[in-house]
Unconditional design. Structure first.
Length: 266
């Protein structure tokens, strides 16, 4: 180990845990926003339960963008839906989408759980990845379009918040792989802090939309639970790619669970 690496490790070892540094580090880790916060994966993971709230802020940025697109630029609603989906993918650094693609290829591969994890970790893109990208993107954009065209732009905040709730659900119900970035997030997610996160999400969602918000939270949880179930069947252990996939699937299920009662109401 070089002297520079040793000094860096000593620096982090001397630091006491800081909730705010952990939150800001988690925000930097999950977005392309350069906050220049010096922290570790382990320290960030201690605040994993707060991730949905962080993503609610990202969703708020999406609401502001949608307001400009619809009320200032007067763009077609479908185009606004495509742009806002692209915004959420890009601001996350495409990490979660990459996880969805890798996870889908692993699920589609015929072999042992070790073989499937190996496929997830290679750089090739297969038909499973392409199919999941098409279906998830199409369903998500269509849901966005439906809500945007009816003036319900705040729904995107709920779905983005619940995307991370889906990730937390996968963390809670999965067994971590021996190494990788996903291990710490899974280990620091327990029933107590998960329940706190769910309650916070329910409150925020209910305040934003009393009729649909709760369904969005349920959808995010279902999406994460489904991801975990598929992961246990095919890989047995969850990696960072699995957690990334749960984010995209959680968002999609959150939107689907809100659009079903909305269609019935309308």
């Amino acid at each position: 180990m070089s002297r520079v690496d040793k000094n860096r490790d000593d620096y982090f070892n001397r630091q006491e845990f800081s909730m705010w540094r952990s939150i800001l580090g988690l925000f930097t880790f999950s977005t392309i926003v350069p906050l220049n916060v010096r922290t570790t994966i382990d320290e960030m993971a201690k605040m994993t339960w707060f991730w949905p709230v962080i993503n609610a802020f990202v969703g708020l940025l999406g609401v502001i963008i949608l307001f400009v697109l619809n009320n200032v630029l007067n763009l077609p609603y479908f185009l606004s839906a495509v742009i806002i989906y692209g915004f959420f993918i890009l601001i996350n650094g495409c990490h979660h989408l990459d996880g969805l693609l890798d996870f889908s290829d692993g699920v589609m591969f015929q072999g042992t759980s070790k073989d499937k994890i190996r496929v997830m970790r290679d750089s090739l893109i297969g038909t499973g990845a392409i199919s999941s990208l098409f279906l998830t993107g199409l369903i998500t954009i269509t849901c966005y379009f439906t809500f945007i065209s009816h003036g319900l732009i705040w729904i995107v905040l709920i779905s983005e918040m619940c995307a991370k709730l889906g990730l937390l659900t996968t963390c809670l119900t999965s067994t971590p792989y021996v190494n990788g970035t996903g291990k710490s997030f899974i280990q620091y997610t327990n029933k107590t802090n998960y329940l706190v996160s769910v309650i916070i999400c329910l409150i925020i969602a209910f305040v934003i939309n009393t009729k649909l918000g709760v369904f969005g939270v349920i959808g995010g949880i279902l999406g994460g639970a489904l991801t975990s179930l598929v992961c246990k069947r095919h890989m047995k252990f969850a990696t960072g790619d699995v957690l990334g996939a749960s984010n995209e699937i959680g968002r999609m299920f959150s939107l689907l669970m809100m659009i079903i009662p909305y269609v019935l109401i309308v």
